[in-house]
Design a protein around this ligand. Structure first.
Ligand SMILES: Cc1cc2nc3c(=O)[nH]c(=O)nc-3n(C[C@H](O)[C@H](O)[C@H](O)COP(=O)(O)OP(=O)(O)OC[C@H]3O[C@@H](n4cnc5c(N)ncnc54)[C@H](O)[C@@H]3O)c2cc1C
Length: 462
């Protein structure tokens, strides 16, 4: 329980202009992009590493929970202050410290918005590939803490492949520098990786150095329209097995289909169900050859295949794909959004069995996702004010997760565990691995102040 004395002390550490306490202010930090919510007792906005250190030292001494937060766009309940206490929001640490073209790296503060970084890099002809579709609002601290993915990760890999160096403030206020500026570094254990994807439970990331790539010279977008979900799934496997690796292969089902029907200049068959939205990038000659190859594979089973004529046409399709989440969210009161990943050769089976589950529980379901990686976001549409319907929706989701695991898949491809998926963790992870995670947590945060109540079914010290 935070007292006035605690708040006064926090004001002394970071200045009263960086501390929020009124209910109206706090409520904005009580939720994220899930159905969870819990009020913090105070929200603080540190402006440098020293202030983060001061806050954590104070919180540790007083055993006050601290929930790190960036843009609050996560879909796992990760930034919900489920035990109350302090929300530590990094959005006032939003400087791009350095972009180094010769070293192909950039150093940023944790509150930098991904889209701002993407724009700054594009001006220099540089590229940070991981592209969570929340790029307009998510921060680089959140991207690293969630080890986020996105469409481009099919060809380029996820965030962890681009983290060169981290500065992290530990629960007791000590600051540690890990990694560095060089792409190769074999000095001791890979401690940096421990914090990448740690969901705010092991430390607060206060500075990040990222590996960059030169921006691909050109790209082409292909829209392939299918009458059958399974055929689309099999086509993804065929493309990957065909020896060409597109930069993106995204799946859009009939819920978002109407948007595409309006955008595509050609008439689409009435029985169309699914779109694969594919991008190939690289040198112009390679892109032309690879596009032709993929179009050929798609034509084996697609009812319609179109290559976007120019970047403006392509952009329309990618915007419609990015809008899927908000589109589905606007159709109902409550959505349950999952994030399983299955081996690519089981994609068609996964969709078919999940559709049967939705039928069994009589709930609407939509599929979208980074299907090239086998990473799906099945979204069950429900209304949590209708208890009976919501229970059916949750049962359906449980079955979908069981299906993904039984096909050799994983519980979360990119969103993390947070609160949302912790009830499945025991089924999805080796118990010895869970035990090791708890021991690491106990070592780095013995008072369990950092984002308590997350990942495990019960916190290690409860
Ligand atoms: C429309 C939409 C589309 C999305 N698309 C994708 C997608 O394609 N791929 C994908 O991977 N995710 C996606 N997401 C999920 C989410 O946007 C990402 O996980 C994103 O990286 C979170 O960043 P954030 O700044 O909003 O973090 P927050 O939501 O604020 O926090 C996320 C987690 O990171 C921790 N954290 C935040 N900052 C720090 C820090 N500095 N130090 C330590 N821990 C910290 C928090 O405690 C929390 O556990 C999507 C979300 C939405 C709403």
């Amino acid at each position: 329980m935070i007292t006035q004395k605690h708040i006064d002390q926090l004001r002394r550490i970071i200045g009263k202009e960086n501390v929020l306490t009124t209910v109206e202010e706090l409520v904005a930090y009580s939720y994220d992009a899930t159905n969870w919510s819990h009020m913090p007792e105070v929200v603080v906005f540190p402006t440098d590493t020293e202030q983060i250190s001061g806050i954590l030292q104070f919180a540790n001494e007083n055993e006050i929970p601290v929930t790190p937060r960036g843009g609050g766009t996560n879909v796992s309940g990760g930034s919900i202050p489920i035990k109350g206490g302090i929300v530590l929001c990094t959005t006032r640490m939003n400087k791009i410290i350095d972009i180094n073209k010769n070293n192909l790296n950039a150093t940023v503060e944790p509150g930098v918005i991904l889209q701002d970084l993407q724009v700054a890099l594009a001006k220099e002809g540089l590229f940070f590939p991981p592209d969570p579709q929340s790029f307009a609002g998510c921060t680089m601290g959140g991207v690293v803490a969630e080890n986020s993915g996105g469409p481009s990760c099919l060809k380029y890999g996820v965030t962890k492949q681009y983290v060169l160096g981290l500065e992290v403030v530990l629960a007791d206020g000590r600051t540690v520098k890990l990694g560095g500026l060089t792409p190769k570094n074999r000095t001791g254990y890979e401690l940096m990786m421990l914090f990448t994807g740690s969901e705010g439970t092991l430390g607060v990331i206060s500075k990040i150095t990222l590996r960059l790539l030169p921006e691909p010279k050109t790209n082409k977008t292909i829209v392939a329209v299918f009458g059958d979900v399974a055929e689309a799934g099999e086509t993804v496997s065929d493309i990957i097995a065909g020896g060409v690796l597109p930069s993106k292969v995204e799946f859009v089902d009939n819920w978002t289909f109407e948007k595409f029907r309006g955008l595509l200049p050609d008439k689409i068959l009435d029985n169309s169900q699914v779109i694969l939205l594919i991008q190939v990038d690289g040198l112009p000659e390679t892109v032309a050859a690879e596009t032709a190859e993929i179009v050929g594979i798609c034509k084996n089973s697609a009812g319609h295949v179109r290559v976007a004529e120019d970047p403006a046409e392509a952009e329309k399709y990618w915007q419609a794909r990015s809008a899927h989440f908000s589109d589905i969210s606007s159709r109902t009161h409550t959505i349950v959004n999952e994030d399983v990943s299955v081996p690519r050769d089981r994609i068609a089976d996964f969709i078919r069995i999940s559709q049967e589950s939705a039928k069994k529980y009589d709930v609407p379901i939509s599929f979208a996702g980074h299907v090239g990686d086998g990473n799906f976001h099945p979204v069950v549409l429900s209304d949590n004010r209708d208890k009976e319907h919501f229970e059916r929706a949750l049962k359906c989701v449980d079955e979908i997760i069981e299906t993904a695991l039984s096909l050799g898949g994983v519980l979360s491809g990119e969103h993390g565990i947070g609160l949302e998926k912790q009830r499945f963790l025991k089924k999805a992870m080796d118990p010895v691995a869970i035990d090791i995670m708890k021991q690491i947590k106990g070592l780095l945060d013995p008072n369990n102040i950092l984002n308590p109540g997350k990942i495990w079914e019960e916190s290690p010290h409860e």
